[in-house]
Design a protein around this ligand. Structure first.
Ligand code: IMP
Length: 179
């Protein structure tokens, strides 16, 4: 087996998106956010668990006054979305009148983002936008207006850079795809 292939549970994964490509995309995203949110003191809401590396690398490149909070939802079991989104760790911050940016590692069916957009808008946020590192446009099942989508990928199951396969794989700096 080539050294670069990783095995997680019953699957093997090959290198797909190197860390440098991810951080290049994040640098471009940060520049857009620095411009669009100047003077708005946005609250970035990182969707756990998958977005912890993305959120950390993005926040380090933001130079505007801003806050970060975390929310945890779950919808995936193994390599497929269950379609039902559960809030596992709620948002403590008052979002009324705030400009929010949801930070999501990957948008697949869009169930998670749809649920969060509806939930946060109903709590009186002034605006809610989505910034995602990866998006699988072929898999989207909702009409979502995602303003900040960094890297589009085909319908592949990927791990690494925060993304997991049943709990494993989050620790790798690069993104790998299932073989
Ligand atoms: P959605 O609700 O179907 O858009 O899925 C969003 C969530 O599913 C993401 O936050 C991930 O946690 C998970 N997910 C979607 N695609 C993948 C993948 O390829 N690898 C690992 N997790 C994924």
């Amino acid at each position: 087996m080539p050294e670069s292939i990783i095995s997680l549970h019953d699957k093997q994964f090959a290198p797909y998106l190197p860390y440098e490509q991810l951080t290049d995309a994040i640098r471009i995203l940060a520049a857009r956010l620095n411009e669009d949110y100047a003077g708005k003191q946005p609250l970035f809401v990182a969707v756990l668990n998958g977005s912890f590396m993305f959120a950390a690398d993005l926040m380090k490149r933001l130079s505007i006054p801003c806050e970060v909070a975390f929310i945890r939802v779950a919808s995936y079991e193994g390599t497929g979305s269950t379609g039902k989104v559960r809030e596992v760790l709620g948002l403590q911050e008052d979002v009324k009148g705030r400009h929010l940016v949801l930070l999501e590692d990957i948008v697949d069916t869009g169930h998670t983002i749809r649920y969060l957009l509806d939930m946060l808008s109903s709590r009186g946020a002034a605006s809610v936008e989505v910034a995602c590192l990866l998006i699988k446009p072929e898999c989207l099942q909702h009409e979502l207006n995602i303003r900040y989508a960094s890297i589009s990928i085909p319908n592949e199951f990927v791990v690494g850079y925060g993304l997991d396969y049943d709990g494993l794989g989050r620790n790798y700096p690069d993104v790998y795809k299932a073989l």
